[in-house]
Ligand binder design. Sequence first.
Ligand code: BDP
Length: 719
Amino acid sequence: NDGYKLWLEYQKVSAPRLVRQYNEAISGIVVKSQSATLKIAESELRLALERMLDKKISPLNIAAHNAILLGTPESSAEIKTMLSSGNFSLGDEGFVIQSRRINNMTTTVIAANKDIGVLYGVFAFIRLIQTHQPINNLSIINVPKIKNRVLNHWDNLNRSVERGYAGISIWNWHTLPGYIDQRYIDYARANASIGINGTVLTNVNANSQVLTQEYLVKVKALADAFRPYGIKVYLTAKFSAPIELGGIKTADPLNQEVINWWKNKCREIYSLIPDFGGFLVKANSEGQPGPQGYGKTHADGANMFAGALEPYGGIVMWRAFVYDVRVQKEGEHFTEGSGGEHTQTIASGDRFKQAYAEFKPLDGQFKKNVLLQVKNGPIDFQPREPFSPLFGAMPQTPLMMEFQITQEYVGQSTTLAYLAPMFKECLDADTYSKGKGSTVARVIDGTIDGHTVSGIAGVANIGNDRNWTGHLFGQANWYAFGRLAWNYDLSPETIAEEWIRQTFNNNDAFINPVKRIMSASREAVINYMTPLGLNHIMGTSHHYGPAPWVKNAGRADWNPVYYHKADSVGIGFDRTKTGSDALAQYAPEVRQQWSDMNTCDYRYLLWFHHVPWNYKINTGSTLWNELCYRYQSGVDTVRWMQQTWDGLDNLVDKERFQHVRMLLGIQEQEAVWWRNACLLYFQTFSKMPFPPGFEEPYKDLSYYQSLKFPLAPGIGGNL
Ligand code: BDP
């Protein structure tokens, strides 16, 4: 088993009691429409049932005893009656699964207003059997909480993937449009099974070529393949495309020629792809061109796209990941660690504050079809960040969440780190924007501020590796992103258990230890990489491994020393009033939680305070000892994960067992490396000994500083 089938393996149910129960409840499938989506719903259900129940499932024409009836009011009179008699509020994507009597026959009805809801319902029904739940007396109503649930692929047209750790891009631009790889279909099935309804095919560091006719017909082929699965296609729009492709002298968003160019481009796109989703734009950030290059604002830029997309119902997802206000020359691209000449303007000396400083004043200036896409934290996808202060701060603008599923800063693909707890931590955080209970989740689903459009994006961890995600457990992060995007009330434990049952087996002796491994994994990574609120101390550019000593990168805020600020007194970034006062960007209740060094949650301590080495923090230890203890405990947890996995030898197939075992071996070495490198370096400031019982590093600091990683994956470029 090489993991290709993801969580859609549909293993045979073997427990006789369950087999009997399921067989009794299912005689066949009734579906009356020939729509592409309903056909897929029917064939997926048949495939799943035939594999899981090991019997032939026949299509039924009339409702027979124990039939499964699929459909919408349009396709079935029975469903029309059922949905009009109840108060279901299913919207366009919700579904109901109900056991009821129709014509005196016991029937399981999977119904929705629209075909896509039926497909979602089918996957939910399949999941019940995959996870060995009862299927009698069902009464399930399920509606997604967030409207646009989108994957962001940072895939380049040459198939390299920025921050990709699972091979090259699955989009084969060379063989498209003629060749529809089975992978595209399996990708769509997997996404539909967890409710993902959009995909941005291209990197945010964009290449305007994708907007040429040559590529658009390829994009159309993908859009056609994904459409029946409810997945809309989006593209990244390079701001300077009118110059690069249109031969216009400017990309000024208020210039009429530029406006017309984008209008015509949208007309062209929609003539090929009538349900094209819209654009994702990274502008005036890390060298990407944008409106500020023409003295215009982000709102001017976003609104130009919004205007061009509006007639067709498309949206603009405008990114708030900005930390640079310099005016770059056309076509110039720079990434961390490179970049040459530039001036630097960081809001009040703290990159933390930049996005808020630039965007908050624009609240109310965006057109209705613009969503502002905000990374979960204020810096950049660190293992733990406080929520971005933009959430709750722009009530007149729909804010979208951007999570990173690919593990750029979380150990990449050699690391088992289950990220649902990270996503959930942010979604559950209280912004207090409209009083207690104004969680980030309720900001982005639109309920707090009354927005009808809402969205959530995850930067994909998918590549052409056989198992899609490099590390098998990376699949769980893709899965968890989709499940939380649909329903952020699900717990990480519930999602982990679902995933394990569907991916591996339903054996408690396997499920429980694996669930424990997954639950502990992210905190372990935080502990051995960036405990107590440390962040951004990874190796320059590739971000693989520790490099807290780096201080010579092109910009101040590309340097780890900028983030940890270790000196002879202590360590951490003072963001209180005595420092950058970034805390002032949060609501008073939030500010209060973090502004006092004595009471600040230790998990965020060094995000907000410069803490003396011998200061007794609220865990009871001195800062230095606590730091040592955390690094060690991260390593210990990885060792425990290894032992626990080793004990599962005969409960899982050899191939997947060995895959995970070997990667855990690498992870253990990486954890030790992180601990040693960071503590040896920080010790040059604290000048304090390692606490008793601490495992002494076996190499000296200069060894760790000399390590180079020319082969580290994932940088990609923007070809
Ligand atoms: C950073 C990545 C960089 C991305 C950037 C972004 O290091 O590769 O281009 O985010 O989100 O995390 O635009």
